[in-house]
Design a binder for this molecule. Sequence first.
Ligand code: FEO
Length: 394
Amino acid sequence: MSAIKITNNAYWVGVKDSNLKKFDIIMNLKHGTTYNAYLVKGEKVAIIDTVKKGFTEEFLNNIREIVPIQNISYLIINHTEPDHSGAIMALIKENPNIEIICSASAVPFVKNVINTEIPIRGVKDNEILDLGGRALTFKIMPYMHWPDTMMEFLSGDEILFSCDGFAAHLAEESIFMGKSNDEYNRQFHYYWDAIMRPFSSYIRKNLPKLDALEIKIIAPSHGPIIGETAKEYIDKYKEWIADKTASANLVSIIYASNYDNTKVLAEKIGEKMKQNGFNTALIDASECDHEQVRDKIEASKAVVIGTPTFNGDAVKPIWDIVNLFSTVSSIGKKAAIFGSYGWSGEGPKLVAERLTGLKLKVFEEIYKVRLIPSEAELQLLNEYCDRMIQFLKN
Ligand code: FEO
């Protein structure tokens, strides 16, 4: 694949990995992917991102089609994940005078990638790199999707180099998006869901930085370059980052129950929540659609989880639910844990520890009852709920 002109001042110098079937372990690919890298020409030349290590030669040859490597002044690293940072050293070896530029928080990461002591310039939000005749303005976009992520805007050409933002995994014949089509939209959404969605609260905070830019072209790090529909795809992100917890006043009560004892507790908790003005979703973890539960968790102000204990552990359907928390924005979400048990009842505590590890705010009291809850124990549950509701409201 050769270099491709985007505008008079910008070229695609990336590579295609058409046969890749799995990305980042978690994504199944149907159409392979691209590792997009770009060359921007003013009086000076900047390269934006590199490629995965195995594609280094093709990447360097693409650059050589436009300029000799010796003519490059800057290498901009938008984030340090290896699919875009794999050819940094190959470039620097050919031209040791290239200055590496990245976000300030990426500096230590880049050092860890290249393991070589060379100067690296960390830039701040809105800092400008003047190439002579063209300038790049940096936009620091933490957790979109790495902590060190940044983008840059090429004014004059109105191109946003958006790192993994607005990316999709497709290696098609053209590197430009054709007419918007269903399969592209599916892949665009799948990429959002798998890569960006867990960071939606950060993206909500930082995406407005793009509002003042007259973006005509989005040049992401994977998949097609988006032209005339750029705004439409930015709007999709705006829709997806909306805070789902804002209006729903929802508490999800998710439980597993072998002999209905934990279920009885879950139902009582649900009734109490409703009496206190919450909307509730009562979900049996053994018989639920995980996609729907994921949406519920994301939309819930708080999640209350009930597990029995089996062989000293919480049960698998509950661990499957717990594993969903890291796939949505759940840091700081409130949680409480309960359960009926037969012998020693370790399950709820293990779930509480795991959710605490995932940075949820977990109510320190766990409500446990041995086997079938008595009337007296249900009264204690009622009092427990009063304290838990105070915790959820504060
Ligand atoms: Fe495509 Fe976050 O690397």
